[in-house]
Design a binder for this molecule. Structure first.
Ligand SMILES: [Zn+2]
Ligand SMILES: [Zn+2]
Length: 960
C-alpha cells in the first residue's frame, strides 16, 4: 500500500476540507458523550463487577478461529482445452476470488473513500464513527446505523449472521463484540488483506458477491480491466445494492457514483482533472443488462454430473465430511480442470443422438408418480410400478414403452382417471418420458486413465444429477465379462494358453442347468481359447473358469476395479455370491457400471496396469492451492503381466477381423474388443480399444424390455460411429508386442506339442508367454497302450491293454482301471462283466460286418444278373442279323457273364451263412437300432437278388 507522499497530501487535503472540519467537530462532541458513557460503564463494571462486560467479550468467538476469507465462491469447471464447461453454484456462491494485485488502485481507493475514509489510520474501529453511532443509537434505539469500518463490515459479513432480528440488548452485545473482534483482527491481519477480503466478500447485487463477479456481471470483463469511471459504479453499489442497482436504477447509482468520485478527489486519491473527465463518461450505456457470463440454472452435462460426484468422493477420502465437501465444491471457488476432451465429447453427443443409429426408431418409456388426497383426508401415493400392475391386470403383456410421447401421455391420463375419484384432490404429479432404447458410453485414454468423454444417455437431459447410465447404472455385462473374469486370469495365473482347448460339447452347471451357446444346439468340438474369445463360445468359457476356479476369476475382477460385485450378500432372505461358474458369462447378481467395465478393458489396453479412471487432473482452491491432484489420488496397480495383456489383445483382434465383432471394424487402425449380449437380449455391449483410446458402449431399455431384431447391433453401431470419427486424422498404430512373447507350432486339437506322424494334419502356430509354453505332448492324437474296454489310453493297472492309434475328444483322458478301481473286492466279477460286454460288442461288430458283407454280395449279384441279361439280349439280336462273327462274340460275352453270375450267387450264399453264424453267437442281441435296420434291409436284398436273376441260361446253339 502506498503510504508515501500521496498519503500525506491526502491528509492535508482532508484537513483543508471544510466539510471534514465540521464532521470533526461533531465527532468531538460525540466523543465526549461516548467518554461519559464509557466512564459510566466502567463505574458500573467496578460496582456490579467487571464480569458482565467481560462476559460479552469472552463469549465473542475467538479471533484465531474466525476465517474472514470469503466463502461462497463459484466453482468453475474447465475442459482439457481450458474452455469453461460449467459453473457450480449454490445459494450465495456467485463469487470469483481475486488477489489484490488484480484489483485496480482506483477501486481500492473508491471503497475506502466512500465506506471508511480513515481505514488506513484506525485500529479497526473508527472512534469518530463510533461516537456518532452511539449518539444515534442511544437517542433512536437503532444501533445498526452507519459508521461501520471496512474491518467491522468484514467481521459482520463473516461472523455475525442472522443479526437483523435481534433485540436491543443483543444488538448492543453484538456491537461490542464486533468492535472487539475488529480490533483483534487488525492485530493479526494487514490492512491490505482486510481490504481484499472485504472486496471479495461484499454483496454487489444481481447475485454477485465480490468485485470480480460484479465486474464480469456488469461490464463483462475482469475487475483488473476496470477504469476509474467503472470502479466508481461498483463502489457506489455497496451501501445498498438494490437501491443503487446500476441496471434497474442507474439514476440512483449515478448520484452515488458522483459522491464516490467527489470523496476520492477530496481525499486526494484522484486529481481535479481526473474527476472532471470521469464525470463526462457515459458509463451506464456500457453496462450489460442481460447476463452474458453466468448460466446459473444451466443443466450440466453427464460428464460434469459424474465429475462432481467424483470430486465429492475424493474430498471425503481426504477427510472432509460430506457437508464440508459439498460446501467446498459448490461455494469454495474451486477451479476444476477436467479431462473432458471437447472435440471427442461433441462427436459422442452427435453419434449418440443420431436417430439413424436406432434401426427401429425411438420409443418412449413412461414413469409417473401421483399423490392424491381423498375427501376423508387420506393421502395415497401412486408409483410407476402401481400404474404398470394396474394395466397388467387386463393385459399381461403391457409395458410402459410407447411408440409415441402422445401414447404415453394418454396412458398417464387414463391411469389418472382410473384412480382419482370424484371429490379427490390431486396433490402432486410428476412424469418422466424418456427416449428408448437407451445407450451409455465411456471413452478414455488408457495410457493416462483420463476419461475423455461420456454419455449417460440419449435425448434431452432435463436436470442436474439425473440418472447417469455411464457412471451410476449397473447392467449385466454379458459376454464382455468372459475376457476379464475368465480368459485374463486363465492366461495370467491359470497356466492356460491361447492354444489350450476345451471341448465344445453338451455341458451343464452343477444344478443341471445346461450351458447354451449363442449359436443354438450346435457344438464345435475341441476349440482353443483363442477361438472361444473370437466366436464368444459359452461352454468353452464356463469350462475354462471351472478349471481355474471362479474364486480366481473373482479376485482378478476386483483387481480390475469392479466395485459392484457380490462376494456373499443376503438379499431378500437369499444369499447371493458372484463366485460361481456363471461369472464366466457375466451372469452376476447386480451388474457392472459402464465406466468400470471400460476401465477393465483399458487395463488390458494399457499393458496390464490398472489406472483408476479419473475425470479431472487437478482441483485448485480459490487461492490457487492444489487440493486434489488426480495423479496422487488415482489408484494404480499391475493386474496382468504385459505378455498376458498382449495375448488377450491379439485374440480380441480376431473378434474384430473375423469373429463376432466385425461390424465395428472401421479399418484405419488395428482394433481389439469383445461383444457382449445377455441371454435375453436385455443388454448389448461392445468394449474395445485401439492403440489410442478405449471405449465401451451399452444399449438397452431402461426398464429391461428385450431389444428387438437389429436393435441388438446398437452398441456396435455407436462404438464404430464414435471411434471412426475420433480416429479420422490419426495414423494407423499397431499394438506393440512386448518382450517375452514367443511363437510356437502346436497341435490344434490339444494345444500341446505335436507328435510327429500323428498331429501332422492339425498343426497351428500360436503366441505364448515364454514362461508358459506347452511342454507336454499332444494327448488328443494318441499312439500307444489303449484299454480295450474303454478305448481310452490305458492305465498301468489296466487288464485289457492293447496297442493302437486313436483321436480323443478330451485331453488327458485315461481308462477307468485305476489302482483304486482294481482294488475293489468284487473286481473279478466286475472284470468278467466287462469282458462279457466286450465279447458281446465284438460279436455285434462281427454281425454288423457280416451284414455289410451280405449287403455288398447282394448288390454284386444284382449287378451280375443285369450284365447277363444284357449279354443274352445282344446274343438274340446277333442271331437275328445272321452275322457269324457277331454271333460268336456275343456268345462269348454271355458265357463270361454267366460265369460271373454263378460266382456272385455262391458269394451271396456264403455271406448269408456268415451272418447267420454271427447272429447265432450273440451278435444280434447287441446290435443297436441302426444295425437292426440294416439287417432288415439286408434280408430284403437276400430274397430279391435271386428273383431278379434270369429264369434260364440260354445255351449256345451248337455248331454255329
Ligand atoms: Zn495332436
Ligand atoms: Zn482299461
Amino acid at each position: 500500500m502506498d503510504y508515501g507522499r500521496r498519503g500525506l497530501v491526502r491528509k492535508q487535503k482532508s484537513l483543508n476540507s471544510r466539510r471534514r472540519k465540521r464532521a470533526n467537530k461533531v465527532g468531538l462532541i460525540a466523543g465526549m458523550v461516548l467518554f461519559l458513557l464509557v466512564v459510566g460503564v466502567c463505574a458500573m463494571a467496578a460496582c456490579v463487577g467487571f464480569g458482565a462486560f467481560r462476559g460479552i467479550i469472552d463469549s465473542a468467538p475467538d479471533i484465531s478461529n474466525i476465517d474472514v476469507t470469503p466463502t461462497g465462491y463459484s466453482t468453475f469447471v474447465y475442459d482439457s482445452q481450458g474452455n469453461q464447461t460449467a459453473k457450480l453454484v449454490s445459494t450465495d456462491s456467485n463469487r470469483i476470488p481475486v488477489t489484490l494485485d488484480m484489483v485496480p488502485k482506483d477501486l481500492q481507493h473508491a471503497f475506502v473513500a466512500i465506506e471508511d475514509e480513515r481505514f488506513y489510520q484506525h485500529p479497526g474501529i473508527d472512534m469518530q464513527g463510533i461516537l456518532r453511532a452511539m449518539v444515534i443509537g442511544v437517542t433512536s434505539g437503532h444501533f445498526s446505523e452507519g459508521a461501520s469500518t471496512i474491518t467491522q463490515q468484514l467481521i459482520k459479513n463473516n461472523v455475525f449472521t442472522g443479526w437483523t432480528d435481534e433485540s436491543f440488548s443483543e444488538s448492543v452485545r453484538r456491537k461490542i463484540q464486533e468492535w472487539y473482534l475488529a480490533v483483534e483482527l487488525e492485530k493479526t491481519m494487514s490492512k491490505d488483506d482486510i481490504l481484499l477480503n472485504y472486496m471479495n466478500t461484499i454483496n454487489l447485487g444481481h447475485s454477485t458477491l465480490g468485485v470480480e463477479a460484479a465486474s464480469r456481471r456488469y461490464f463483462g470483463k475482469s475487475v483488473s480491466k476496470l477504469n476509474l469511471s467503472e470502479c466508481a459504479v461498483i463502489a457506489g453499489i455497496t451501501q445498498n445494492p438494490s437501491y443503487y442497482d446500476p441496471i434497474i436504477y442507474p439514476e440512483h447509482n449515478k448520484e452515488r457514483r458522483a459522491q464516490v468520485l467527489k470523496n476520492m478527489r477530496d481525499q486526494g486519491w484522484i486529481s481535479q482533472d481526473e474527476y472532471d473527465n470521469v464525470l463526462q463518461d457515459d458509463v451506464y450505456s456500457r453496462i450489460q443488462v442481460v447476463d452474458n457470463n453466468t448460466n446459473d440454472n444451466a443443466v450440466n452435462s453427464y460428464f460434469v454430473d459424474a465429475l462432481t460426484d467424483e470430486i465429492l468422493a475424493d474430498l471425503m477420502k481426504k477427510g472432509y465430511s460430506e457437508t464440508q465437501a459439498y460446501t467446498l465444491l459448490y461455494s469454495g471457488g474451486l477451479n476444476i480442470y477436467s479431462t473432458q476432451d471437447p472435440e471427442i465429447q461433441s462427436i459422442v453427443d452427435e453419434v449418440v443422438n443420431d436417430e439413424a443409429n436406432y434401426p427401429n426408431g425411438t420409443r418412449w418409456y413412461l414413469q409417473y408418480q401421483l399423490t392424491v388426497q381423498s375427501s376423508d383426508g387420506t393421502i395415497t401415493n401412486y408409483s410407476t410400478e402401481m400404474m404398470e400392475s394396474h394395466f397388467r391386470q387386463s393385459n399381461p403383456y403391457f409395458t410402459l414403452i410407447f411408440n409415441t410421447k402422445e401414447d404415453a401421455k394418454a396412458c398417464e391420463e387414463e391411469y389418472k382417471n382410473a384412480v382419482v375419484g370424484p371429490g379427490d384432490t390431486v396433490l402432486g404429479e410428476r412424469d418422466n418420458i424418456t427416449a428408448q432404447p437407451q445407450v451409455s458410453l465411456t471413452l478414455e485414454d488408457q495410457h493416462t486413465g483420463n476419461v475423455l468423454a461420456i454419455s449417460g444417455g440419449r435425448g434431452e437431459k432435463k436436470a442436474n444429477r439425473t440418472l447417469n447410465r455411464a457412471t451410476d447404472t449397473v447392467r449385466q455385462p454379458g459376454s464382455t465379462f468372459k475376457v476379464v473374469s475368465t480368459y485374463a486370469p486363465a492366461l495370467d495365473a491359470g497356466g492356460l494358453t491361447l492354444a489350450t482347448t476345451q471341448n465344445d460339447a453338451p455341458y451343464a452347471y452343477a444344478d443341471g442347468t445346461p450351458v447354451r451357446n449363442w449359436y443354438g444346439e450346435a457344438y464345435r468340438g475341441l476349440s482353443s481359447l483363442r477361438l472361444g474369445i473370437q466366436n464368444s463360445m459359452n461352454i468353452v468359457a464356463v469350462k475354462t473358469l471351472v478349471d481355474i476356479t471362479p474364486q480366481l476369476g473373482y479376485e482378478y475382477l476386483l483387481d480390475f476395479g469392479f466395485t459392484t460385485l457380490v462376494d456373499n450378500e443376503e438379499i431378500n432372505g437369499r444369499v447371493f455370491s458372484d463366485i460361481q461358474p456363471t461369472l464366466a458369462l457375466g451372469g452376476i447378481t447386480k451388474g457392472v457400471k459402464n465406466i468400470e467395465l471400460n476401465a477393465s478393458y483399458a487395463t488390458i489396453a494399457n499393458g496390464g496396469e490398472y489406472l483408476e479412471p479419473k475425470m479431472y487432473t487437478k482441483v485448485t482452491d480459490h487461492d490457487g492451492n492444489v487440493i486434489l491432484d488426480a495423479d496422487e489420488i488415482r489408484q494404480t496397480r499391475r493386474v496382468l503381466k504385459e505378455t498376458t495383456a498382449w495375448l488377450l489383445t491379439s485374440a480380441m483382434e480376431d473378434v474384430v477381423t473375423k469373429g463376432t465383432g466385425t461390424r465395428v471394424n472401421f479399418g484405419t487402425t488395428p482394433i481389439a474388443g469383445k461383444t457382449g449380449t445377455t441371454s435375453d437380449e436385455n443388454d448389448v455391449w461392445f468394449s474395445g480399444y485401439t492403440n489410442y483410446y478405449c471405449c465401451t458402449t451399452w444399449a438397452g431399455y431402461d426398464e429391461n424390455t428385450d431389444l428387438v431384431g437389429s436393435e441388438s447391433g446398437i452398441a456396435k453401431t455407436i462404438w464404430r460411429g464414435v471411434m471412426e470419427k475420433v480416429h479420422e486424422n490419426l495414423p494407423s498404430s499397431d499394438f506393440q508386442k512386448p518382450a517375452g512373447i514367443v511363437q510356437m507350432t502346436v497341435c490344434r486339437l490339444s494345444g500341446k506339442l505335436p507328435v510327429a506322424g500323428l498331429c501332422d494334419g492339425s498343426l497351428t502356430t500360436e503366441y505364448f508367454d515364454q514362461d508358459n509354453v506347452p511342454t507336454e505332448q499332444c494327448d488328443i492324437h494318441y499312439q500307444g497302450t489303449i484299454c480295450a474296454y474303454s478305448g481310452l489310453p490305458a492305465t498301468d493297472e489296466c487288464p485289457f491293454k492293447t496297442t493302437g492309434v486313436a483321436t480323443f475328444d478330451e485331453s488327458g483322458l485315461k481308462c477307468i482301471h485305476t489302482a483304486e478301481f482294481m482294488a475293489q473286492p468284487n473286481i473279478a466279477e466286475i472284470l468278467a462283466q466287462e469282458q462279457a460286454e466286450m465279447d458281446q460288442a465284438a460279436a455285434a461288430a462281427a454281425a454288423s460286418d457280416a451284414q455289410a458283407a451280405l449287403n455288398s454280395a447282394n448288390a454284386a449279384l444284382q449287378e451280375a444278373s443285369n450284365v447277363l441279361q444284357t449279354a443274352q439280349d445282344n446274343l438274340v439280336a446277333a442271331q437275328q442279323s445272321g452275322d457269324a462273327n457277331a454271333i460268336a462274340a456275343a456268345q462269348e460275352t454271355v458265357n463270361t457273364a454267366a460265369n460271373n453270375y454263378n460266382v456272385a450267387v455262391q458269394q451271396q450264399a456264403a455271406a448269408q451263412q456268415a451272418l447267420t453264424a454271427a447272429q447265432a453267437s450273440g451278435g444280434q442281441t447287441q446290435t443297436g437300432a441302426a444295425g437292426t435296420a440294416s439287417s432288415a434291409g439286408a434280408a430284403t436284398g437276400t430274397t430279391s437278388a435271386p428273383a431278379a436273376a434270369p429264369a434260364a441260361v440260354p445255351q449256345a446253339p451248337a455248331g454255329q
